[in-house]
Design a protein around this ligand. Sequence first.
Ligand SMILES: Nc1ncnc2c1ncn2[C@@H]1O[C@H](COP(=O)(O)OP(=O)(O)O)[C@@H](O)[C@H]1O
Ligand SMILES: [Mg+2]
Length: 366
Amino acid sequence: MAVLNIENVSKTFGDTRVLEDINIAMAEGEFLILVGPSGCGKSTLLNMIAGLETITEGQITLDGRSVNTASPRERNIAMVFQFYALYPNMNVRRNIEFGLKMRGVAKQERGATVERVAKMLQIEDLLNRKPAQLSGGQRQRVAIGRALARDPALFLFDEPLSNLDAKLRVEMRTEIKQLHQRLATAMVYVTHDQIEAMTLGDRIAVMHAGRVQQLGTPREIYDDPANRYVAGFIGSPAMNFIECELIGEAGDTAVCLTGATDEARLALPSATTERLAAHGARRVVMGVRPEHLVPAAHGSAEAIACRIDVVEPTGPDTYLHTEINAEPVTARCLPSAAPAAGDTVALAVDVERAVFFDCDSEARIA
Ligand SMILES: Nc1ncnc2c1ncn2[C@@H]1O[C@H](COP(=O)(O)OP(=O)(O)O)[C@@H](O)[C@H]1O
Ligand SMILES: [Mg+2]
């Protein structure tokens, strides 16, 4: 049975529709990410799961029971927010045990829970400090500790790391993943950061404009994006989108690509050409990730000659900025093989990995 089931859920504030027909069934122990740009409705959905926001349409069930009208207290859910929301006048120990105390848990049991949670999060030395005496990362650990103390059926996280500096964010990301592996409790985690989504999630729901654009594993979302929005949102540097003309018949289709000089024709795999033929359009948008646009092997027939505008070393990879069909694109190469800005380089497209979108609807067509 799904721990959490969101069925046909919509949300309206006044006359503004902010969520439209959301359907997500979450498995036991799953780590589910809601990712999307600011304002797409992530927090609203999370708050509806928590019971902090009403449901306009549809149903949310937890362990098979509808919670549409249940108060937050009745839901056995713990939530961690971006702003830690600690009680400033209480020390760490009292912050962690506060919820238990309110529910009448005996002192001895509270003490044992605080010890267990503090050990798990390695904050044993901080129990007597007040929040003001803690760093941002420590505060966030205490906020997580407070959620852990409740031993809930489901954890909700709303951008818990976005107030931390970059290095700490990466460290805490690993800690949260380890925590999930140890607890095996279902978690819903909201972020606008696609790297956090890719690295943490068992499955990711990519949200945009109040809808789930795609729900899948990180690999499915990355390799097999449902539409141009998802393809462009996930991945860094972003996927290249090149509008191009299709030539030839079904089973023998090529795309025309122009770099710095003459036009190159790239033959497409037969499965791709069949799907493109079924769609019927002659102009399409080809999506190619930077790692699938690379300097061609010497003498390669299907390479595109491109003039490199900017060379960007990142350490493990070097990115090359250039143009194909008059659109800016990013290619990737090994640092040892990096050209200089101004050089003309033959680039090859891995057509097996290229994806195709409708120019107008932006739907995936091949
Ligand atoms: N209480 C509210 N009243 C009216 N509009 C709201 C309210 N809460 C959120 N919104 C609007 O709903 C949309 C989604 O907000 P939110 O869920 O906070 O997005 P996200 O968390 O993805 O950034 C935004 O346009 C926001 O302005
Ligand atoms: Mg939010």
